[in-house]
Ligand binder design. Sequence first.
Ligand SMILES: [Fe+2]
Length: 518
Amino acid sequence: MTESMERTRVSRRSFLGGVGVTAGGLMVASGPVLWQQAAKAETVTAEQVHLTFGADPAREVVVSWVTPTAVSNPAVIVGTTHGGFGRTVRAETLTYTDSNNGVETLVQHARVDGLQPETDYVYKIVSGGETQVSSAFRTAPEGRVPFRFTSVGDIACGDTGYKKASLNAVATAASIESFDPVVHLVNGDLSYANSNQLAQPQVWEEYFDNTQLSSANRPWMPTLGNHENEPGNGPQGYLSYQTRFALPGNGSGEFEGNWYSFQIGSVLFVMLDNNDVCYQIDTGTYLSTGDNQILTGYSDGAQLKWLERTLREASTDRSVDWIVAVMHQPAMSTSDADGSDLGIRQNWMPLFYQYGVDFVLAGHDHDYERSYAVRGTDSGTVLRPHVVSTDLTHVDSDKGLVHLVIGTGGTSGHDDVYNPEVAGVPQETINVSGTATETEDAPWSAVTDPNTTYPWGLGVFDVDPGRFPGDKTTMTFTYYHTSAWSGSGAYPTPVEFDTFTATRTRSDGFGFRQRDSK
Ligand SMILES: [Fe+2]
């Protein structure tokens, strides 16, 4: 028995035994049961189950899973909660071989299209001739309807034998599930496989085996973080990520999956790869390259062009009220861990202001921070944002955007420590090159959570679409933080820490102005 086989973990096994389908078709999670790796049966041919939305979340869901070996006729059988199972969708198999340990991973992706909006479906994974998993999902609503989404990054896996892993990663998946969101946004740094270079595929396995507590029941839409870069696995080290996720296309061909967008209701989500623009680089030594792998500028402007086109089109789209940008490294952070990054301010922020982005969600720093509403920049080479309002309760999104750092997904190292204030003014450390930082006043910082009693948490967004064309629509945000989980017993209860309501004018009204005219 290897060392890894002796580790105690919370696993897919407990998921399969601990959940069921209710009369309403939704999954109900009971507490997981600790088990030994050695108990993993050889006959299991489907694991690491996760869902993602297709380009049209109201009509397309991709069911993805991993098989330990090649299997015949991998497929998903889909039905409705009231009509039973009927339609079979064959899966496409993608594979890659890890450059460090030679382990081959086989990922099955079944793209289920032609679905109806806001409808409950049941599905069964048939892999190797056996029904392996039965679960359920709900398609996204369309039009201007209320819905909820959640957001947190920096999750890691639950096997504490691996670096960056924490049992709180398991509790986070359960916490997300408890809020019943239409979609969960992962703000980068998923498994931390590249912190465990000789066991990268195994760490991914642990990650998915734990997150499927929620991601087998509802789509989790990811962005790339610095820990998705596995040097030797593809040109940007993204081969594992790109193989494991079947994400909406971006038209680049070469960089599919690295950035993309999708719309739910009146909210456009813009998912970006900040490794392409940020200055900060990892200082680790990688087995395959001998040093770190710098990705800054790798797309040669392709992502920036896509972003400009996507936002420009959204700015005149009368079905889009809200634009939420999701990324990993933060443009604004007063954490004393990683801090802000000038590259994001230089590349993305002018477009965000120009086209009226409403929220910028990030992770990377393993803590929580909220900015005031900001728009444009004050003077200075670090592009300090201009605060348009210090109202903590109500945000007028017609006038400015809010930055949120939500990197509290469960990784073993939580930060919760911020730069000390100077004369009552928060301070930020800004990465201005690969090796240099500057310290600046950060009067834009509105809320931090230096409470180490509740070091983890997640963000919950509730969209109210308003009542008539041109009406006000609102987005209520609440950050819940949680205490540590011991690995047994009930998961910690999320505790509300910070909340505010943002208001924006619907874009379908008479006399609608292009968003960038504000
Ligand atoms: Fe990170």
